[in-house]
Design a protein around this ligand. Structure first.
Ligand SMILES: [Zn+2]
Length: 274
């Protein structure tokens, strides 16, 4: 029986700022009285838009898949438009695959037998609209609560008629905070967590690629550009949770350009040895 032990957790927190309008789709129209064609996802009680952790995580995984040239071989949605992601099919490939190590694999039939299988290292939490932004949007009396409505013309391919369509978006300049990524380091059967520490770099890489891509819908038409700001990176070794060690601050309120993944890896390793 494999023995899995937690070595520590790296917390990455900060703000997500919308650089262009952001649309993350919610329940489809018609359910909402006075609803529009493409509503956004909102908190059911406060009606404030939020960024689901699953949207952030899914996009980061897809960008890393593509960056590493991994084959998108596993459907995660079968209805059109079908969505596929990469999941390693054999254990040797898994041993070196940042995507499957960081984001995890679904335990398929053959994967249950893998002795080197670890849980995905990365947890991504939902991100709420920051109070200050919520207040600003409330005062701005936007078209919809906390959102602007963008009209677009969709051209009917047969009749060439322009059909207007509405998209609800969080305006540019809104701040969602704090976002929180939790990256766990595990030791499997006493083999240490060196590789887990090195794969942490993939999380920063995916964040950087997301800034140069888009979150949510309508990205090719300008929506969904975001920026990570005020980043705080902290390492909590296992001993911290037992009250026997301090946490290790790695970065305090820095920008993406100021992140130093190599330095953080060295300092995490040093703190575990010390
Ligand atoms: Zn893989």
């Amino acid at each position: 029986m494999a023995h899995l032990a937690l070595t520590g957790k790296v917390l990455i927190t900060g703000d997500i700022e919308t650089v262009t309008g952001l649309h993350i789709g919610g329940a489809s129209a018609g359910l909402d009285i006075g609803g529009i064609d493409n509503p956004m996802i909102r908190h059911p009680v406060s009606r404030e838009p939020y960024i689901p952790g699953s949207s952030l995580r899914g996009k980061m995984r897809a960008l890393l898949d593509r960056h590493l040239g991994k084959e998108a071989n596993t459907p995660i949605r079968r209805q059109p438009p079908e969505v596929r992601v990469h999941v390693c099919q054999d254990e040797a490939e898994y041993a070196a695959c940042a995507v499957c190590q960081v984001f995890g694999v679904t335990p398929g039939d053959q994967r249950r037998e893998w002795t080197s299988l670890k849980p995905g290292r990365l947890i991504v939490r939902d991100v709420q609209l920051a109070n200050e932004s919520a207040e600003k949007l409330r005062l701005a009396k936007t078209d919809m609560p906390f959102a602007e409505v963008k009209w677009e013309a969709v051209i009917d391919r047969i009749t060439s008629a322009a059909v207007p369509r509405q998209n609800e978006r969080v305006p540019a300049g809104a701040v969602f905070a704090p976002f929180e990524f939790v990256y766990s380091l595990y030791d499997l059967d006493g083999a240490g967590c060196q590789a887990d520490i090195d794969w942490l770099r993939s999380v920063f890489q995916a964040m950087e690629m997301l800034e140069d891509d888009y979150l949510g819908g309508y990205g090719s038409r300008g929506a969904g550009k975001i920026r990570f700001c005020n980043l705080v990176v902290t390492f909590k070794p296992k001993a911290y949770y037992e009250g026997k060690a301090d946490l290790v601050p790695l970065a305090g309120r820095v920008s993406m350009a100021e992140l130093r993944p190599d330095e953080y890896a060295d300092r995490i390793k040093a703190s575990l040895e010390g």
